[in-house]
Design a protein around this ligand. Structure first.
Ligand code: NAD
Ligand code: DAU
Length: 403
């Protein structure tokens, strides 16, 4: 086993959206670590997300399926892996409604395969991995599972007009921040997943905790809210809408656009993962969120305004009172379509435990984050063109035709 300051980390799903930010952060910040990115490269995996670090001496990419138990075990033995950050998953709710089997296979069986490989390898080591439940930092190895707030189900919207949230952070001092109910997801809530995606993630979380409780595996689970930022596949709301606005295509708003999500800039999630991997308590769960609830329709309007400004499409008109006002022509693209089946009404994360115990909070206010994000997609059109060529057109047809 390697010594603690010269770690070998296996990051799964590192070619995806969040994974690529985590890999980049770790490769740059810890030149003394070896970072192995294990990814199957499904439609969502893209090595172009990691172009800037692919030649770094402390980085290795391995194309592999997490369900390949023998392959993962061999890799762990060969590289003497002592830490795992597990992000590989099927991640899109709409796809899980069309094809739940793939979600069970990757998210449940894949996680189990990874757990069993880690257990087999770590048990064979001279330094036993079994630790006391009280041990915090100084353990030889660690299995960190990245999960989602969707496992908690949906919260009621008791205040559709919005109320002052109970949290104050740098991120929530933005003028748009409101909460839409009094309840929040806390770490002790019962799991109540509704979609095949969240059911599969919930199941994988249970397996991770079972490996701790049964075998003493040093595990950590975090449940995060909606991430946004560069390199997100344009099946998810924000990049899909930015791309459609650019091409003046309709913006398919599910239902009435009243559903609420909590949004976190992806680099803030990566920072939280770094902190928790190194300083989080084994066997604990931490919620990670942006203290930043938005109704879909409101966030969509902000995206349209931001893209219209960036592309110089804003029009100046004179109001009835003679004032000059800005208008955003692409508001006309908003198209209400059939709702997502089982669409969870409201997600709202309470991440005050993480703030209190480890001192983390989001660094960006949403207005800043969304501007950076829009700018990135508009400046990186070749990236977008590449991921929207080929199969993407067929996906779009299947998902949105006749909706
Ligand atoms: P993503 O879909 O962008 O990327 C997933 C990555 O996993 C891809 O690179 C893909 O190739 C890889 N992968 C898929 N199946 C694999 C397999 N069988 N073996 C190896 N690699 C495989 O996902 P994301 O949005 O970056 O999410 C990453 C993780 O974070 C997921 O576990 C997701 O549940 C969780 N999460 C996501 C969000 C979010 O807002 N995106 C929020 C909270 C939690
Ligand atoms: O909460 C964390 C989760 O956030 C992650 O676990 C998932 O991996 C991630 O995909 C995300 O799930 P959502 O379903 O919330 O994200 P999505 O971007 O698909 O949708 C955000 C909201 O926008 C949701 O209420 C559905 C709505 N929507 C989405 C799409 C793609 C639309 O109205 N129209 C659309 O075309």
């Amino acid at each position: 086993m390697t010594s603690f300051n010269k770690r070998v980390l296996l990051i799964t799903g590192g070619a995806g959206f969040i994974g690529s930010h985590v890999v980049r952060l770790f490769v740059n910040k810890y030149p003394e670590y070896k970072i192995i990115n294990l990814d199957k490269l499904t439609y969502a995996g893209n090595l172009a997300n990691l172009k800037d670090i692919e030649d770094k001496p402390n980085y290795r990419f391995v194309r592999m399926d997490i369900c390949d138990f023998e392959g993962v075990l061999k890799l762990m033995q060969e590289e003497q892996v002592d830490g795992i950050i597990h992000l590989a998953a099927e991640s899109h709710v709409d796809r899980s409604i069309k094809d739940p089997f793939t979600f069970a296979q990757t998210n449940v069986m894949g996680t189990l395969s990874l757990l069993q490989a880690a257990k087999t390898f770590w048990e064979s080591q001279p330094t036993p991995y079994v630790i006391s439940h009280e041990t915090t930092v100084n353990v030889p190895c660690r299995f960190y599972h990245i999960s989602t707030d969707e496992v908690y189900g949906a919260l009621e919207m008791t205040h559709p007009e919005g109320i002052e949230p109970p949290f104050t952070t740098k991120a929530s001092s933005g003028k748009h921040h409101l909460a839409y109910g009094e309840k929040f997801f806390t770490e002790d809530l019962k799991y109540q997943p509704h979609s095949p995606y969240s059911a599969a993630k919930a199941s994988s979380d249970h397996f991770v905790r079972a490996f701790h409780d049964t075998f003493g595996m040093p595990t950590i689970v975090t449940n995060c809210s909606n991430n946004y930022g560069p390199y997100q596949f344009p099946e998810k709301l924000i990049p899909l809408f930015i791309n459609n606005i650019r091409h003046r295509k309709p913006l398919p708003v599910y239902g009435k656009g009243e559903n609420v999500r909590d949004w976190l800039y992806v680099e803030d999630h990566a920072r939280a993962i770094d902190l928790i991997f190194h300083e989080g308590k084994v066997a604990e769960t931490y919620n990670i969120g942006g203290f930043n609830e938005w109704k879909n329709i409101d966030i969509i309007k902000v995206i349209i305004q931001t893209v219209n400004k960036a592309l110089g499409r804003v029009k100046l008109e004179t109001s009835e009172t003679g004032e000059t006002i800005e208008t955003y022509p692409d508001m006309d693209l908003i198209t209400y379509v059939t709702d997502r089946a089982g669409h969870d009404l409201r997600y709202a994360i309470d991440s005050s435990k993480l703030q209190r115990e480890l001192g983390w909070e989001p660094s960006l206010q949403f207005e800043e984050g969304i501007e950076k994000t829009v700018r990135w997609y508009l400046d990186n059109q070749p990236w977008m063109d590449n991921v929207t060529s080929g199969d993407y057109q067929k996906y779009y047809e299947d998902m949105y035709k006749g909706r």
